[in-house]
Design a protein around this ligand. Structure first.
Ligand SMILES: Cc1cc2nc3c(=O)[nH]c(=O)nc-3n(C[C@H](O)[C@H](O)[C@H](O)COP(=O)(O)OP(=O)(O)OC[C@H]3O[C@@H](n4cnc5c(N)ncnc54)[C@H](O)[C@@H]3O)c2cc1C
Length: 397
């Protein structure tokens, strides 16, 4: 503990030990004199991109931090409740407070079951976080195999969940909202639809769930379908820590930053991952972006400590993957701006690529722990054209 008046320089508190925060903590070790604390509510790292496997019982989704964190990083198992920007402390649920010189804000995203859909908050389950996935897994284990299950959301998480469950012999309906796999090219979308129908999933496009009851879902076209279990996979929500700390966010609750990932309100707070909204133009919420953003957030902190100008973020997309059970998958190729091109890899090769990327997300954290600065990513991609220092978003407080 530093004695009063003798402040340890370069104390960095990383809030959130997911793909972005864990990588950022390791990357900060490029400088030996940084005191790094990682705050996370659980003692284990959660591979969120495997939570559909965890739910279906086809895989685990936690990894011991011991193999992921570089030497000297202090893990505090707790939740941040407020960043006190005046006192430079992070307040924790336990009542503890951590002093900081810099904060890396990497709290990720959460489930989002809409309160506007009657019964959804009460009866639907989500799988966006480890605890909600645990509840869902327990509920599934109680249900007979032939009980009808509804998955709400035609995006990648909904598709992966429906596919994983049908492969386990479940009776699954996928309610897509507008279309199935809207971010994919038409040909990849057809391939997903074909796999799902061949494996017995009833895919309802142009269908919106208007009410959830314990044993049915009602659709906005008036149809009512039996549903012993309803799983909500219709998008992510955001933790409220930034707003609760008086920091400006985008409309969804991501921390509003400039192009160096620095909060527009406080240059000691740097964001990364799903919870960052650089220039109010956030990158796709993804594990793909979270790691590289973690490294770049750490670089911004290291530049500020060194008294140099932080670099503007740079990250290009290359595509997205979806798993279709354990033996098939689709790798959709995309332009740097993340828009799909008409090329995809499917079948077993698609599954192998997906598995490779899931493993890579964790192995690069491990590599960064051994060798800080080793993470590489594809640079480029469209960002607003403005220099870092002028990139501060101007919105009325
Ligand atoms: C089922 C599923 C499948 C997915 N598949 C893919 C995929 O194939 N490809 C892809 O790119 N993305 C995928 N995603 C999205 C991906 O998981 C997220 O975009 C990614 O996890 C974001 O990383 P992150 O580090 O920003 O946040 P997270 O991984 O969510 O980590 C944030 C951490 O911060 C912690 N935290 C939150 N609040 C606090 C607090 N107040 N104090 C302390 N700690 C806090 C959280 O508990 C968590 O441990 C999937 C998501 C799900 C749910």
């Amino acid at each position: 503990m530093p004695t009063p008046g003798h402040h340890t320089p370069n104390k960095v508190v990383v809030i959130g030990g997911g793909y972005a925060g864990t990588l950022a903590a390791n990357h900060l070790r490029m400088r030996a004199d940084v005191d790094i604390t990682l705050v996370n509510p659980r003692p284990k790292f959660v591979e969120r991109i495997r939570l559909h496997q965890f739910v279906a019982g086809t895989g685990e989704a936690t990894v011991d931090y011991g193999t992921l964190l570089g030497e000297g990083i202090q893990l505090v198992v707790d939740s941040a409740t407020r960043i006190d920007t005046a006192a430079h402390t992070v307040r924790l649920a336990s009542g503890r407070a951590l002093d900081y010189d810099y904060v890396i804000y990497a709290v990720g995203s959460t489930g989002a079951i809409p309160s506007s859909v009657p019964g959804a908050a009460e009866f639907a389950y989500d799988l966006a976080e480890f605890e909600s996935a645990q509840r869902l897994r327990a509920r599934l284990e109680e249900l007979p195999l032939d009980a009808p299950v509804t998955v709400v959301g035609g995006g990648l998480t909904g598709i992966e969940t429906a596919a994983e469950l049908t492969e386990q012999g479940r009776r699954v309906t996928l309610v897509c909202g507008r279309t199935l796999a809207p971010s994919f090219s038409a040909s990849a979308r057809r391939s997903v639809a074909k796999w799902l129908s061949r494996h017995g999933v009833a895919v309802l496009e142009a269908a919106v769930v208007s009410e959830v009851r314990p044993d049915v879902v009602a659709l906005s076209n008036g149809a009512v379908r039996a549903s012993a279990l309803t799983i909500w996979a219709g998008g992510f929500g955001l933790p409220e820590l930034a707003a609760a700390s008086g920091l400006r966010t985008d409309a969804f609750g991501r921390l509003l930053t400039d192009e160096t990932l620095t909060s527009v309100d406080d240059d000691r707070i740097i964001a990364a991952g799903d919870a960052a909204a650089p220039s109010d133009q956030p990158l796709r919420m993804s594990c793909y972006a979270a790691g590289p953003l973690g490294a770049q957030a750490a670089n911004t902190v290291l530049s500020r400590i060194a008294g140099t100008d932080p670099a503007v973020i740079s990250l290009a997309f290359t595509g997205a993957c979806v798993s279709l059970g354990r033996h098939a998958g689709i790798r959709q190729l995309a332009r740097k701006d993340d828009s799909a091109v008409n090329v995809y890899v499917g079948g077993r090769m698609g599954a192998a690529i997906k598995e490779f990327t899931c493993n890579l997300a964790v192995s690069r954290i491990r590599r960064e722990a051994r060798k800080p600065g080793s993470t590489v990513w594809v640079k480029g991609g469209p960002r607003p054209e403005q220099p870092a220092t002028a990139a501060r978003v101007v919105t009325s407080p």
